[in-house]
Design a protein around this ligand. Structure first.
Ligand code: NAD
Ligand code: IPM
Ligand code: MN
Length: 342
C-alpha cells in the first residue's frame, strides 16, 4: 500500500484535486491518502504559516505528494508560495521537474501547418537553484538608492544531475536551452555538463539553443523537440508556452522528482486560476494526467496508461471544459474520463 499526501491548496486546486481523487478511487490501485486540506492561503493569513514542520513530517512519511495549486492574488507580495511549494521542492530535494507536453488531439493546436503539430516533448526543468535560490536581497530598501539582487545560482552538483536526468529521459535528442551569449558564467557550466553527458550518451543527439530562439522554434515547429533541459526560470516560462501550443495549460501535468529517493511532488503546471475558482469549469485533465504521472512514478504503469487513454478518449469525443472549446463542467469531464476507463 502506498500512502500519498494530498495538498489541495487554493482556488481551483481543491476542485481539480477532487477529480484526481475520484479517478484514483475508481482505479484498482492500492493507495491511501493523507489529506492536508488546511495547507492554504486562509491559514497563512490567519497564522502566518501554511505548511508547518508537522505537515512536512507527514509528507516525509508518505510515498508521494499530490498538490493542486497554491497562491492567491492577495498574497502575491509575501513569502506564501515560497513557504509551501518552494519549501517542499527544497526540503525533499526535488531537483528534476518533468513536464511532458503532448498534443492529445489535432484540433487543440493553434499551429496551422499539420506537419508541425506532432507535439510530444518533455521540458526538464532544474527545480532547486537558478533564480529561485532565494540568494540576494534589498539594500537600502524603499529608497531611491534601493538595490535589489536575486542571484542566479548554478552549481556543478545541480547542473550535472539535471543534465544526467535529461539524458536518461531522452529518446532521441537533448536540447540545452540557455542564454550563454549574455549570461556567461552559468552558461559555461551548463554547456560543460552537456558535453560530459554527450560523450556518455553517443546515441542521443545533443543540441543547443539560446532561450529566445528556443521560444521562437517552439512556436514555429514544436515537433522538432524531444527533451529540452534548462534552468528553473526558463523552464517555468517555456513550459507554459509549450502547454499553450498543445491546447492549453488546463492539460499540462508536472512532476517534481528526486530520482535518488524516488519521492515525487506531482502537481499540474497551472496555478490556482482565481478567475475560475468556484465556477465549476476548471479543466481537470491536467490534474488527471498528473495523477497518471504519480501512478507511473509508483511503478503502476497499467492504471497510468488507462488514465491517459481515457483522457484522450474524452478529448476526442469533445467531452471537455470551455478552455478546450467544450461546454462541460469539471465534474462532467471527470465523469467522462471515469466512464472511459474501461
Ligand atoms: P494560472 O495558471 O492560475 O492561470 C493562468 C490562466 O490559465 C488563467 O486565465 C486561468 O483561468 C487559466 N487556467 C489555469 N488553470 C486552468 C484550468 N485547469 N482550466 C482552465 N483554465 C485554466 O496562473 P496565474 O494566474 O499566473 O497564477 C494564479 C496563482 O497561482 C498565483 O498566486 C500564482 O503564484 C499561483 N501559481 C501556483 C502554481 C502551483 O501551485 N503549482 C503554479 C502557477 C501559479
Ligand atoms: C510552477 C509555478 C511556480 C514556479 C510558482 C507558483 C512559484 O509557476 O510550478 O510553474 O514558478 O515554479
Ligand atoms: Mn509556472
Amino acid at each position: 500500500m502506498h500512502v500519498i499526501t494530498v495538498i489541495p491548496g487554493d482556488g481551483i486546486g481543491p476542485e481539480v484535486i477532487d477529480s484526481a481523487l475520484e479517478l484514483l478511487d475508481a482505479l484498482d490501485v492500492d493507495l491511501s491518502f493523507d489529506i492536508l486540506d488546511h495547507v492554504n492561503a486562509a491559514r497563512y493569513r490567519r497564522e502566518g504559516c501554511a505548511l508547518s514542520d508537522a505537515d512536512v513530517a507527514r509528507v516525509a512519511a508518505s510515498d508521494g505528494l499530490l498538490l493542486g495549486a497554491v497562491g492567491t492574488p492577495e498574497l502575491e507580495d509575501t513569502d506564501y508560495v515560497r513557504s509551501v511549494l518552494l519549501r517542499l521542492r527544497g526540503d525533499f530535494d526535488l531537483y528534476a521537474n518533468y513536464r511532458p507536453v503532448r498534443l492529445w488531439h489535432d484540433r487543440l493546436s493553434p499551429l496551422r501547418d499539420a506537419a508541425r503539430r506532432a507535439i510530444d516533448c518533455v521540458i526538464v526543468r532544474e527545480n532547486t537553484e537558478g533564480l529561485y535560490s532565494g540568494v540576494g536581497g534589498n539594500l537600502r530598501a524603499s529608497s531611491r538608492m534601493e538595490v535589489a539582487i536575486d542571484a542566479d545560482i548554478n552549481t556543478w552538483h545541480g547542473v550535472s544531475r539535471i543534465m544526467d536526468f535529461a539524458y536518461q529521459t531522452a529518446r532521441r535528442e537533448v536540447c540545452l536551452v540557455d542564454k550563454a551569449n549574455a549570461v556567461r558564467a552559468g552558461g559555461r557550466l551548463w554547456q560543460q555538463c552537456q558535453r560530459t553527458c554527450a560523450q556518455q550518451h553517443p546515441e542521443i543527439s545533443s543540441t543547443h539553443l539560446y532561450v529566445d530562439a528556443a521560444a521562437m522554434n517552439l512556436v514555429t515547429d514544436p515537433s522538432a523537440f524531444d527533451v529540452i533541459v534548462t534552468s528553473n526560470s526558463y523552464g517555468d516560462i517555456l513550459s507554459d508556452l509549450a502547454a499553450a501550443l498543445a491546447g492549453g495549460i488546463g492539460l499540462a501535468p508536472s512532476a517534481s522528482l528526486n530520482p535518488a529517493t524516488n519521492f515525487g511532488l506531482y502537481e499540474p503546471v497551472h496555478g490556482s486560476a482565481p478567475d475560475l475558482a468556484g465556477k465549476a469549469v476548471a479543466n481537470p485533465l491536467a490534474c488527471l494526467l498528473t495523477a497518471a504521472l504519480l501512478l507511473r512514478g509508483l511503478g503502476l504503469a497499467a492504471p497510468a496508461d488507462a488514465t491517459e487513454a481515457a483522457v484522450a478518449g474524452a478529448i476526442a469525443a469533445g467531452r471537455v471544459t470551455p478552455d478546450l472549446g467544450g461546454t462541460l463542467s469539471t465534474r462532467e469531464v471527470t465523469s467522462a474520463v471515469l466512464a472511459g476507463l474501461g
